[in-house]
Design a binder for this molecule. Structure first.
Ligand SMILES: [Zn+2]
Length: 459
């Protein structure tokens, strides 16, 4: 298996630290607003990474943090606190904001069939770990104190900026990072920020340095090493994290432990929104719920993501999503041709071999999808075809098999559903409610959507 490692800027053979076990840390969401489909893109990509490793027989320990403590809106430890900003906007406490959007995020994971990570630690549950880590970095002589906090002295780490090919000279000119006059070097960053004098923050904690809150990079070093050890296999994040967040994480690892914490650093590109479809008419970016409200299957979005390479990103539009949904449905329909339980049939080994090669080539998912269609259009018998595609679905995560169970709704229930539809057209609500009850008592749920209704078995 080969992955593109940002550390070396090349595709590298993957060699895990332990023979059959892989530790993966993914920078998770900041829970101050609804995650949009651009945010979720990354998590589909990393879910594919985890599933691919599982497919090849590795046990994975996947950690994804929940950032529920306020990042500042700028990279340079200045600007507004996102959590406090969200709190003011919605009239909820920061704690309520965090809970609300964490739940939305978890819901999105389920809808996109993203495996639940092994651990999802919250930053606010790990304040002590962060303080302990800062103490270590301090004891090793990498910190200094100024009026608003404890900072990491980047000049003490000779390789600072190497990871991102940063031009420190340029930074010094203040081109990218705002200058805080008290900082020794422009790239120095806060490990611990002091609460403003005479102002009570909603989130603040006692520390050896005074009342305050952690800087925005320390949580990832603290939580990744707590759960995966001081050295672990893979660290993932968006490519926007390379210059600051991950560069600083690497510096913190060096400051605390004397070495880089992760062997492979993998980064995803982003989705762009095609042409005029930049956002909804209301202004925001589409969320998974928006797609469901537009009557899309959320897994159609997953299919669309699989059609892009994680390092290239993709262009999103509702038209592209529709094409993806049609393709997904055509794939699901392949089971119609099969007459027997596909699990009893053999998987085609030649195609499987091709599949393994493609996922092993830095997760070449667009090629994997092309392979799926090559299998679909091949002259294998329908059962072997379906068994092979279902095997690939362990990585694709399109739930191709589950859909069968959902679609096999008995004739009797479908008939009741039709009667109820008619009652609704005639605005006979008493009758439509009565039929809903009957359907429910037979073990099925009716979901009313804008122009249609869906019937699902009660799980
Ligand atoms: Zn992070």
């Amino acid at each position: 298996m080969k992955f593109y490692n940002t550390l070396t800027r090349e595709k590298q053979e993957f060699k895990p630290i332990k023979e059959n076990e892989v530790g993966i840390y993914s920078c998770g969401p900041t829970v101050y607003s609804s995650p949009h489909i651009g945010n979720m893109y990354a998590y589909v990509c990393w879910d594919v990474l985890v599933r691919s490793l599982n497919y090849l027989g590795y046990k994975t320990n996947w950690v994804m943090n929940i950032t529920d403590v306020g990042h500042l809106t700028s990279d340079a430890d200045s600007g507004e606190d996102k959590m406090e900003k969200g709190s003011k906007k919605e009239g909820l406490s920061v704690w309520e904001i965090a809970k609300k959007y964490e739940n939305e995020f978890l819901e999105n994971l389920k809808e996109l069939n993203i495996k639940t990570p092994w651990k999802m630690p919250r930053a606010t549950d790990h304040i002590n770990e962060q303080i302990e880590l800062i103490k270590k970095i301090e004891a090793n002589g990498f910190t200094y104190k100024i009026s608003d906090g404890i900072y990491f002295d980047t000049s003490k780490f000779a390789d600072y900026g190497k990871f991102a090919n940063l031009n420190l000279e340029k930074l010094r000119e203040g081109a990218r990072v705002e200058i805080n006059e008290e900082k020794k070097n422009p790239a120095d960053f806060a490990l611990w920020k002091f609460s403003p004098i005479n102002e009570k923050r909603q989130m603040e904690w006692e520390s050896p340095w005074g009342m305050g809150f952690p800087g925005w990079h320390i949580e990832c070093t603290a939580m990744s090493t707590k759960y995966l050890g001081e050295t672990f296999d893979i660290h993932t994040g968006g490519e926007d994290h390379i210059n600051v967040h991950h560069t600083n994480e690497i510096a913190q690892g060096f400051g605390a432990f004397g070495h880089n914490t992760a062997h492979y650093w993998m980064h995803n590109a982003f989705i762009t929104f095609a042409g005029s479809k930049i956002s909804k008419s209301s202004g925001g970016l589409y969320t998974v719920k928006d797609l469901i409200d537009l009557d899309f299957d959320p897994l159609a979005y997953r299919y669309l993501v699989l059609g892009s390479h994680y390092r290239k990103g993709m262009e999103f539009s509702l038209e592209n999503l529709k094409v993806a949904e049609n393709a997904l449905n055509r794939l699901r329909n392949l089971r119609v041709e099969t007459h027997h339980d596909a699990s009893l049939h053999k998987i085609n080994q030649a195609f499987k071999q091709e599949f393994v090669e493609k996922i092993g080539d830095d997760l070449a998912m667009p090629e994997v999808l092309a392979l799926v269609w090559k299998v679909a259009k091949s002259d294998l018998n329908p059962e072997e075809k379906w068994a092979t595609i279902l095997d690939f679905d362990k990585v694709l995560g399109l739930n191709l098999n589950k859909e069968i169970a959902e679609e096999e709704i008995p004739e009797e229930i479908l008939k009741l559903g039709e009667e109820r539809k008619e009652a609704r057209v005639n605005k006979n609500w008493t009758e439509s409610d009565r039929l809903r009850e009957i359907i429910k008592n037979k073990g099925y749920l009716v979901e009313d959507l804008e122009n249609t209704c869906k019937i699902k078995p009660i799980k």
